[in-house]
Design a protein around this ligand. Sequence first.
Ligand SMILES: Nc1ncnc2c1ncn2[C@@H]1O[C@H](COP(=O)(O)OP(=O)(O)OP(=O)(O)O)[C@@H](O)[C@H]1O
Ligand SMILES: [Mg+2]
Length: 221
Amino acid sequence: MPPILEVTNLGKTYQSAGKTLSVLHDINFSIEQGSTNAIIGPSGSGKTTLLGICAGLDRPTGGRVILQGLSLGIMSEDRLARLRNESVGFIFQNFQLMPSLTALENVMVPMELRGEKGVRSRCLELLKEVGLADRADHYPIQLSGGEQQRIALARAFSNQPSILFADEPTGNLDQETSDRVVQLLFGLNREKGTTLILVTHNADLAAQTGRVIRIKGGAII
Ligand SMILES: Nc1ncnc2c1ncn2[C@@H]1O[C@H](COP(=O)(O)OP(=O)(O)OP(=O)(O)O)[C@@H](O)[C@H]1O
Ligand SMILES: [Mg+2]
């Protein structure tokens, strides 16, 4: 099987205050379908930036990303948005739930965007899977960090993505909730074949993945 993700000579620089900041340089790797992977590295090493580019949320300044055989660099924003909605799951470091929507409504957004049927009951089912069926009508501000994290997880699962990117999925969670989230992630991999790419500072979590990619100062080491 061809790799689900191929990153070649990837670079990212930011311009600010007349200075060029090189955040990622010459990154090369490929990810097998159905595999589990961790990206680890110090704070500021470029992990979130790399994840966003691989998921088509951000554009590199050099090199290319091929996701599911499709070259992201030549895609329009609309086409990229469609690809993300159809086959990519993303859990942000800071969840990015919509504050004006309830937990249930947050989970429903991607499915509604796709114009699917039976959205409410399917999303309630997803909330049940993450143990939050009883918080469906709560707003993000009324939920703890760990609960918000699990809502973000339910939302990321909702399109049954072929690849799931998660930025510090256990970052703000106590041991028990963290174990539960990890089980959900790996269950998705086992049962649905979802490829996992997890950015983490958690050595236990990284040790459970099939492969660890180490990044430091914007390069793979
Ligand atoms: N929009 C931006 N403009 C300028 N610099 C940026 C921007 N976004 C990120 N950076 C810089 O890029 C570097 C890498 O940031 P990134 O968020 O990818 O790190 P990280 O490895 O995810 O760190 P952490 O573990 O703390 O989450 C940092 O030095 C950051 O300040
Ligand atoms: Mg980060």
